[in-house]
Design a protein around this ligand. Sequence first.
Ligand code: PHE
Length: 342
Amino acid sequence: MEQLLQQIEAYKQEVAGFSAADSTALEAFRIKWLGTKGIVKATMGEMKNVPNEKKKEFGQVLNEFKTFVENRFEELKEGAGNGQQATAPETDFSLPGDHIPVGTRHPITMVRNRIISIFQQLGFSVATGPEIEDDWHNFTALNLPAHHPARDMQDTFYVHQNPDWLLRTHTSNVQIREMEKGKLPIRIICPGRVYRNETVSARAHCFFHQVEGLYIDENVSFADLKQTLYFFVKEMFGKDVRVRFRPSYFPFTEPSAEMDVSCFICGGEGCRVCKHTGWVEILGCGMVHPNVLENCGIDSNKYTGFAFGMGIERPAMLLYGVNDLRLFSENDIRFLKQFTSA
Ligand code: PHE
């Protein structure tokens, strides 16, 4: 304990003898003595080593030391402040201000927002859900039981600690979660990031973005699905764009279709973008499979519904003429600042 008292005396002398030449020296003083890792704090920490019967006495000594340093700092501050004010250059308010660059929205965000606002006009509201999902919400409830061959098309990443957890492969998990709530009718769109175990290239990545949609009510038909998508296409790509549906297969919809639009780059003539077919594939869709409805506790004799899902990267690449998908996630300012927010 003697040692500690001596040490405090020595500290006090050092503090008393210190003089701050300028504000930098003063700041160094503050950090050294009063900072969170400073000497005062460390010295106060010695209390825990002081035997109980001496705690009161030492408490006083330590508090006094702390006040001593604080007072000295205030003194120095006043001194340094005065000194500095005398020499500080006058501010010239007629000079132009510093330029603060304004950011722009990410192109994927811009296309996503555009898609969302189109469906909002039709009364769809936005729903979101977790990116780390369990097997049930990403696969099994969607009529994709374990060992179903269609799971191969959506290979993903699994969470080491729990084999039931995975990174969602589509935002259809949000549709399941919404249906499980049991409130009908449902009219939602689900934007979000999804993951797939794919080799990274100019056309594929291990993650991308989607907007999926779901409408469930009594008497919803395939005609409703088509009209909804027609409206979307006209708003998104222009009124001259033509649409075609091709029969397809998804375990969670029956019947299922793939929707193409006439190439909005060449107008359907054939070009590099549409690989000279005149058509660009935009989304998958179909009538929700009765098994999916029943899995979520919805009476499939009473209710029907349609669903669709599209990637955002592809239309963004086409709309902005971007030829490599990786550019979207490299965070290169030179690339990103070319897009001005709408
Ligand atoms: N979930 C599908 C996918 O990610 C897309 C889709 C959604 C297809 C809804 C049909 C109906 O590939």
